[in-house]
Design a protein around this ligand. Sequence first.
Ligand code: DQA
Length: 144
Amino acid sequence: MAKTIYILNGPNLNLLGKRQPEIYGHDTLEDVERNCRAVLAEGFDLKLMQSNWEGQIVDWIHEAREQACGIVINPAALTHTSVAVLDALNTFVGPVIEIHISNVHKRESFRHHSYVSMRADGVIAGLGIEGYEAAVRRVCTLAA
Ligand code: DQA
């Protein structure tokens, strides 16, 4: 059976492609999913999810404990605020890669701190949606 990678996306990323395209680009989450499928290693599958609700992200991380071999997460604004998402990720055994489409370090200072980075095995920022593909490749390596 294929090993499944969860790709979790936080608040407002449902509007990817429409929202502040000068920062986040014109590609959508459907494009992200298609590109990520193209780089999956043999024996891996993925499930891409998005929610505007913190508790839903926490629930999916709990689900990942049973169902996923690794997590790629763009927590969006929850990156900078959510101890709950960090605590949930700390219950997950397996690789976790944090990804941001924009270079958060070049932006407002409140975006410079990430709770999720305290758990992440790798952090990607500023590669646009290509960052998701790099993250998926890395999870395939770490979970092989
Ligand atoms: C983001 C960066 C966050 O600061 C922001 O709140 C987002 C998206 C990114 O992908 O660049 O919603 O995670």
